[in-house]
Design a protein around this ligand. Structure first.
Ligand code: NAD
Ligand code: DAO
Ligand code: ZN
Ligand code: ZN
Length: 368
């Protein structure tokens, strides 16, 4: 079949809208009509050329929601008409990683997904006979996609696609890092570095669990207002103070219980660790730094009880946890609407990247 899609031909170049050929689902695969997709910082990171796994030409996008149109042989858990969110972190429930119950990083299709291919090591997308690569196993900048069954979360049918698509990455990454990775307890002091599409969801998660002080740190003063609406109790602009770490240590009687780095800046990652409390502070890295970047601190920071950790997709097991997060949204327990600052047509997708670069959007959502 044919599908409209935004194609990334080369790093650093705008996407172009094309009518692309899409081969149907093979065994264990599902054809999905994408109704809406968010534009995440990680799409920009890959398009910019900074992502070592970035492959071109490809169809980017990993924050979508849509409807099952067709299923390939052997698909048991989904059928035509089901509403779904594609998962860049699948959940096969059979691999060593899934069975460990210690991680959400299912490895069932990791190697082919990382090479921009479906599990049989081929692409379903092509244009004029040239294969186009998949991206993060999802490619939600295409109106129709083919995805393995294990990479789809079935969600309730009354959930609006143009809102819950954001659960496909940003919402789950932020809220999940608090609930599933850190398991922040009520009363704990939390610091969030970077108040964008991820950091605001960390704040929202911290408020949900009844955190004590929720301190936000951002260079952009425009971020303060919305962060306060989401539960931030204190704001720090690093441009306005001499030492971010000392300031936080003073504000929290010795250091934060938890910190979250939601930028991808290795210098900030160090501050995020060092502002946590001696003996028990935990710092969670969410931001993705540029290729080849390294982090550093004095080992004594760890000897004296601080822990450096990371979180991918908020530690969420997609098929299990994403439907629950959709329920939280539908029950009014989490706010997504205020974070979706712009809605765009596919033709205007490059404007979504410009809004992000200028710091004017939290989330732009493309409606098909
Ligand atoms: P964003 O651009 O919306 O937000 C980043 C924020 O950080 C902005 O408000 C910006 O003003 C602020 N900032 C930049 N430099 C700063 C500095 N030195 N000090 C303080 N604030 C600073 O980005 P986002 O969509 O929220 O994504 C954040 C990061 O999370 C990115 O690196 C993205 O790739 C990553 N990410 C990780 C996962 C995961 O599973 N681990 C998932 C999605 C995104
Ligand atoms: O190695 O098993 C693996 C997969 C790692 C995927 C990590 C995804 C989170 C970081 C990228 C940001 C996604 C938007
Ligand atoms: Zn993302
Ligand atoms: Zn698995």
């Amino acid at each position: 079949m044919k599908t409209r899609a935004a194609v990334a031909w080369k790093a650093g170049q705008p996407l172009t809208i094309e009518t692309v050929d899409l081969a149907g689902p093979k065994a264990g695969e599902v054809l999905v009509e994408i109704k809406a997709t968010g534009i995440c910082h990680t799409d920009y990171y890959t398009l910019s050329g900074a992502d070592p796994e970035g492959i071109f030409p490809s169809i980017l996008g990993h924050e979508g929601a849509g409807i099952v149109v067709d299923v390939g042989p052997g698909v048991k858990s989904l059928r035509k008409g089901d509403h779904v969110i594609p998962l860049y972190t699948p959940e096969c429930r059979e691999c060593k990683f899934c069975l460990s119950q210690k991680t959400n990083l299912c490895q069932a299709i990791r190697s082919t997904q990382g090479r921009g291919l479906m599990p049989d090591a081929t692409s379903r997308f092509s244009l004029n006979g040239q294969d186009l690569f998949h991206y993060m196993g999802t490619s939600t900048f295409s109106n129709y996609i083919v995805v393995p069954e294990i990479a789809l979360a079935k969600i309730r049918e009354d959930a609006p696609f143009d809102k819950v698509c954001y659960i496909g990455c940003g919402v789950t990454t932020g809220i999940g890092a608090v609930l599933f990775t850190a398991k922040v307890e009520a009363g704990a002091n939390v610091v969030v570095f970077g108040l964008g599409g991820i950091g605001l969801n960390v704040i929202q998660g911290a408020k949900m669990v009844g955190a004590g002080k929720i301190i936000g740190v951002d260079l952009n003063p425009e971020r303060e207002k919305m962060a306060r609406e989401f539960g931030m109790t204190h704001f720090i602009n690093p441009k306005e103070i001499e030492n971010v770490v000392d300031t936080i240590v003073q504000m929290t009687d010795g250091g934060a219980d938890y910190s979250f780095e939601c930028i991808g800046n290795t210098k900030v990652m160090r501050d995020a660790l060092e502002c946590t409390h001696k003996g028990w502070g935990r710092s969670i890295i969410i931001g993705v730094a540029e290729a080849g970047a390294e982090i550093s601190t004095r080992p004594f920071q760890l000897v004296t009880g601080r822990k450096w950790e990371g979180s991918a997709f908020g530690g969420a097991r997609g098929r299990t946890d994403v439907p629950k997060i959709v329920d939280w949204y539908m029950e009014g327990k989490i706010n997504i609407d205020s974070l979706i600052t712009h809605k765009l047509k596919l033709e205007d997708i490059n404007e979504g990247f410009e809004l992000m670069k200028r710091g004017e959007s939290i989330r732009s959502v493309v409606i098909f």
